[in-house]
Design a protein around this ligand. Structure first.
Ligand code: PLP
Length: 439
């Protein structure tokens, strides 16, 4: 389509005048204006193009404007745009079936929500009603969403201003690079993190703990890939104490890690699995909870006290069916795995070797974090000005980055090509050289 720079100016002016932004002091904002996109590329109204290494908020797993998904949304819009969730709807049933194809275990029911936070909200509610217990253990290093209970389950700084809900207990999880457990190896980190979790369960009183809630791989807080055996150890612990295991796959699910679900690689079967982002790449807001048959049975004769006007919204459902179908047909998850193994993994490891400012690189699939440090010995994080500079340098090189604290998250769409990924790594290389020289 023709791009009109005047529309770019209008977009910026209206945003600054009237749009209140998330997680920000409003005064100093300078939002990027985006006009359109395709695959892993976005552009503004001046025709300036960006390689999207952010997938926005790590959600456009299938890339921007996938034609099959766009067509499915249009077709559903022509058929029926909205309907009461109490009705039976074909797109909704097919979406549930498509989601269930990729969550291994005794699962045959899905509760649909509008996004990730309300998936967490409802998973916790189900766990509490199922067990008759109140407490939920989650991790300090976590993000679970911005509703009343989800933000209290969250462990990172965003929880602190919002602590009104009760019954939330936090623990430290494994993170060997900044170990809370004085561990020197992944095995020690795993064993000690599990011991810590078990001691917290015992100290809180096992009969009061409804759920352990954890991201399969903590995402926003740093792509903290757990050591082998950690998730399996949590599963065992939950079994021992009759606790519901909720695995949050909102960011990690649907291809991000080169697996359909990140917990597949740990060989565990959770009791509840929350999903959102990658299930339809966020083309229409959607999320949900995949419910084990055991927990679903709790609500066979007993009313589930929860619901949403837009639960299973037809446009969202049609986009889930089309997204999952296209990902299956086009080998999108396999592509994410090979981009990680062949391009991003080796490419980013090489940057870690060459740039003193890189403390650690970790990840898999299209889910990577590059952690920047002022001093490799002390592992002291670089300050915010270094990250701001890194961001600017990347934008100037036509790369849209995801920056969180002292980390660059390299999280492109799962459909990124090897050439695009190599171009991204080369831009990061140049940007690191600039910030490294100034650090
Ligand atoms: N859970 C995880 C692991 C997330 O990363 C996020 C969002 O980043 C959420 C939950 C919340 O999802 P939403 O923003 O769709 O409510």
């Amino acid at each position: 389509a023709d791009l009109d720079p005047a529309l770019g100016e209008e977009t910026y002016r209206l945003d600054r005048a009237h749009v209140f932004h998330s997680w920000s002091a409003q005064a100093g904002l300078d939002p990027l204006v985006i006009a359109g996109g395709s695959g892993s590329t976005l552009w503004d109204y001046d025709g300036r193009r960006y390689l999207d290494l952010s997938s926005q908020l790590v959600n456009t797993n299938i890339g921007h404007q996938h034609p099959v998904v766009v067509a499915a949304i249009k077709e559903q819009a022509d058929t029926l745009t909205t309907i009461n969730p109490a009705t039976a709807n074909l797109a909704r049933g097919r979406a549930a079936e498509a989601v269930l194809r990729h969550v291994r275990g005794p699962f045959s029911k899905v509760f649909f929500t509008n996004g990730g936070a309300d998936a967490i909200e409802n998973a916790i509610r189900m766990a509490r009603l199922h067990t008759g217990r109140a407490k939920v253990i989650s991790r300090y290093r976590s993000y679970h969403g911005n509703t009343g209970v989800a933000i209290n389950a969250t462990g990172d700084w965003r929880r602190l201003h919002n602590e009104y809900a009760t019954g939330h207990v936090h623990v430290f999880g494994p993170y060997l690079y900044r170990s809370e457990f004085w561990a020197m190896s992944p095995e020690q980190e795993c064993e000690r993190a599990l011991h810590h979790l078990e001691r917290v369960v015992q100290s809180e009183g096992p009969s009061s703990v409804a759920a352990v809630l954890l991201e399969a791989i903590p995402g926003t807080v740093g792509v903290l890939v757990p050591p082998d055996g950690y998730l399996a150890g949590v599963r065992e612990l939950c079994d021992r104490y009759g606790i519901v295991m909720i695995v949050d796959e909102v960011m990690t699910g649907f291809g991000r890690t080169g697996h359909w679900m990140a917990h597949d690689r740990d060989g565990v079967v959770p009791d509840l699995v929350t999903f959102a982002k990658g299930s339809n790449s966020g083309y229409v807001p959607a999320g949900g909870v995949v419910i084990s048959d055991d927990i679903a049975a709790t609500f066979d004769e007993r009313v589930f006290p929860g619901g949403l006007t837009y639960s299973g919204h037809p446009l969202a459902m049609a986009s889930i069916v089309a997204t999952i179908g296209a990902m299956e047909d086009e080998g999108v998850v396999e592509n994410a795995a090979s981009i990680g193994a062949d391009v991003l993994g080796p490419g980013l490891a090489e940057l870690a070797d060459r740039h003193e400012v890189v403390g650690e690189v970790r990840g898999l699939g299209v889910f990577w974090a590059v952690e920047l440090v002022a001093d490799r010995g002390t592992r002291e994080p670089v300050d915010a000005s270094v990250m701001a500079r890194l961001r600017t340098e990347l934008l100037e090189r036509g790369v849209l980055p995801f920056v969180a604290e002292n980390r660059l998250h390299v999280v492109p769409p799962c459909v990124i090509t090897p050439d695009e990924a190599r171009r991204g790594v080369a831009a990061i290389d140049e940007a690191l050289a600039v910030v490294g020289a100034g650090a």
